[in-house]
Design a protein around this ligand. Structure first.
Ligand code: GRF
Length: 200
């Protein structure tokens, strides 16, 4: 059984995709030991509660400095027995120390085909705005290990999604979620749980 913690900031549809995969038996060797949000009232915490999963808000604003915040985050993760950290729409930039401590045990979902439309400033709707501005015909999503850079870690899975005439950033975001993110995030977790991919 692989113990995962899911870190979130908002709606938590990717968290929901993981929960659904566990409940349907597709991820039968994975357990969510904790959901952690940096934002009070994030809907993702409600999703966790609805499924009997422990959720907690740990907000950077409640700590003196970033070092204290990441120490508290790490402690919470360790106490829960976390073996893999899944960033699912988590909008806090991790400190290099935290990433080193959890080296090879953090994965992230990004809503583009890395190395396109990624790096500093590319998050949420911005990614899709930029893809439409550039006029790409294909975009998608990427699951990757997290290293000390922004979206620079080793790629685990990618899935392409077509851009259609008349797409708005919102429409494209929804299609990328439905056709790519919600599929490849549980798949990547499954690959790690099965030992088919090295995490260190
Ligand atoms: C997703 O688009 C994800 O790729 C990005 O943030 C969004 C989170 O959505 N990193 P949700 O909270 O899982 O619904």
């Amino acid at each position: 059984m692989l113990n995962i913690a899911v870190l979130v900031s908002g709606g938590g549809t990717n968290l929901q995709a993981i929960i659904d995969s566990i409940e349907s038996g597709k991820l039968d060797n994975v357990r969510i030991v904790k959901v952690i949000s940096n934002k009070e009232g994030a809907y993702a915490l409600e999703r966790a509660a609805k499924h009997g999963i422990e959720g907690v808000c740990i907000s950077p604003g409640s700590y003196e400095d970033r070092a204290d915040y990441f120490e508290a985050l790490s402690k919470e993760l360790k106490n829960a027995g976390t073996e893999l950290i899944v960033l699912a729409g988590f909008l806090v930039v991790l400190s290099p120390g935290f990433v080193r401590e959890w080296q090879g045990r953090i994965i992230n979902i990004h809503p583009s085909l890395i190395p396109s439309f990624c790096g500093d400033g590319y998050y949420g709707l911005k990614v899709h705005e930029k893809a439409l501005e550039r006029g790409v015909k294909v975009t998608g999503a990427t699951v990757h290990f997290v290293d000390e850079g922004t979206d620079t870690g080793p790629i685990i899975l990618q899935k392409a999604v077509n851009v259609e005439d008349g797409d708005t950033p919102e429409i494209l975001q929804k299609r990328v979620m439905e056709q790519a993110e919600w599929i490849i995030l549980p798949q990547a977790i499954r690959m790690i749980a099965d030992g088919r991919i090295k995490t260190g």
